[in-house]
Design a protein around this ligand. Structure first.
Ligand code: UDX
Length: 441
């Protein structure tokens, strides 16, 4: 049984390390953040991810899972080392590679003997794994070290909110490797999935890296496509929900990722589409569809604000409730959340805002600190709606699907209801006396 090290305890790293430990492997997770490592060792998980803390606690208890800040120890310990640190977006859309580069250099420094597989798990620009391989080979040569190694690209497709399930039930495992030894070792690491008949896709390094970007860009494009259609549906009086349902029945299109909404957010789609567009520009091969998907996504968020303003009138002096701040339900992640853009724009146009989210209040408070204008963070959905000229549902948390509509009508100053996730039935809402606006309906 191989020993595993995972460098980086963010969403991808922590889920990878914990699930591999749960598959039965001795696993060490490394991070430079000592407070985080300390907390994890005591079973305190710094992110909100269903099922994850139980799994951390169980595997720490059985001593299959350990946490450390000592990268040298972690490199020596493992047969397989996953790099799963952040790859944030830079101003120009390119990827900030400083964390990945630092970790790769640390690995090179501590690789002494035997054979190890170094896996790029973070989403990295195409060509990174090969560059890491060359860099490590160069450093080993300089030191005269006898260690042998391979670099493997093994992108991750888990979603936040269902990360543990996704990691343990993936649609596919992509392994970009250059030697049989490395491929075999990766198959052993994912033995549990292999036995479950998960498709394993073996490619070269560059193809594996490209698969991740192409996968995410395609999904982002699908969302932007239906969002663009939603605008036209509103203009011509069609219903985007029926359109999406019907086109989704075409097996070549498929039903998923066709929900019109306020635009996609999160830590992946915005960053990865920008990165792919940037890589395209660098190679003089513009990614026109991807660029368009980015443009449509920005426009969709602005379009939501214009729609609200058109309905309620000039926003100066208006008070609006915003329900749902995270980029999607079941997470406390507000990175690139459409709610933030919408809030900033509404505030800039003079609206006073009352906000509520079941999990994202603290990060949102910090993120919106610089917004001038009146923003109030409320205790629950009903106090957020109190005395407002309208309510805007931006994220479809379960608890917003069953709001007490009588109570809402009593609390609202005027009955504007903007359902940016289409979770209520338009006809029924109109019958109840709401001024109802969905997206594309
Ligand atoms: C995504 C990918 O799904 C995952 O494979 C990848 O590895 C990382 O990025 P995640 O960002 O966690 O995962 O969330 P996801 O559930 O895919 O949603 C992304 C965004 O798209 C959310 O803002 C969501 O609200 C939006 N979305 C999704 C839509 O607006 N409409 C849809 O039909 C689907």
């Amino acid at each position: 049984m191989y020993k595993i090290t995972v460098v980086g305890t963010g969403y991808v790293g922590l889920v990878t390390g914990t699930c591999l430990a749960d598959f039965g492997m001795e696993t060490m997770c490394v991070d430079t953040n000592a407070a985080r490592i300390d907390a994890l060792q005591n079973g305190v998980v710094p992110i909100y991810e269903p099922g994850l803390s139980e799994m951390v606690i169980r595997n720490v208890h059985y001593r299959r899972l350990r946490f450390t800040t000592d990268i040298a120890e972690a490199v020596r310990f493992a047969d397989v080392i996953f790099i799963a640190v952040g790859t944030p977006q830079m101003e120009d859309g390119s990827v900030n590679m400083s964390y990945v580069t630092t970790v790769a250099e640390q690995i090179a420094e501590h690789l002494d003997e035997g054979y190890k597989v170094i896996v790029t798990k973070s989403t990295v620009p195409i060509g990174t794994s090969r560059r890491i391989k060359e860099m490590i080979a160069g450093r080993l040569h300089e030191r005269g070290a006898s260690a042998r190694f391979d670099v493997v690209s093994n992108p991750e497709f888990l979603r936040e909110g269902t990360a543990v399930y996704d990691f343990t039930h993936p649609d596919k495992v992509v392994i970009g490797a250059e030697s049989e030894e490395a491929r075999e070792m990766m198959k052993q690491v994912y033995r549990v999935l292999f036995l479950n008949e998960t498709p394993f896709i073996h490619t070269a390094l560059e193809s594996a890296e490209m698969i991740k970007y192409a996968n995410n860009a395609f999904l982002a494009m699908k969302i932007s496509f239906i969002n663009e259609i939603s605008g036209l549906c509103e203009a011509v009086g069609a219903d985007v929900q029926q359109v999406a349902y019907a086109i989704g029945k075409d097996g070549r299109i498929g039903p998923k990722f066709l929900h019109a909404g306020p635009g996609y957010g999160g830590s992946c789609f915005p960053k990865d589409t920008h990165a792919l567009a940037h890589i395209g520009r660098m190679h003089d091969t513009p990614m026109r569809l991807v660029e368009a998907a980015i443009g449509v996504n920005d426009h969709q968020q602005q379009r939501m604000v214009s729609k609200i303003e058109r309905a309620v009138g000039p926003l100066g002096g208006k008070r609006l409730a915003v329900l749902g701040l995270t980029f999607k339900p079941k997470t406390d992640d507000i990175r690139s959340a459409p709610a933030l853009t919408i809030i900033r724009e509404l505030a800039a146009r003079g609206a006073a805002l009352q906000l509520f989210d079941p999990a994202g209040m603290e990060p949102a408070r910090k993120e919106l600190e610089d917004v001038r204008g009146s923003i109030e963070f409320c205790d629950d959905e009903y106090s957020a709606v109190q005395d407002c000229d309208g309510v805007i549902i931006v994220t479809e948390w379960h608890q917003f699907r069953n709001l007490d509509l009588d109570r809402l009508q009593g609390l609202l100053r005027s009955p504007f209801f903007f359902d940016l996730r289409n979770i209520y039935d338009k006809e029924r809402m109109l019958q109840l006396g709401f001024q109802y606006y969905g997206v594309g309906v």
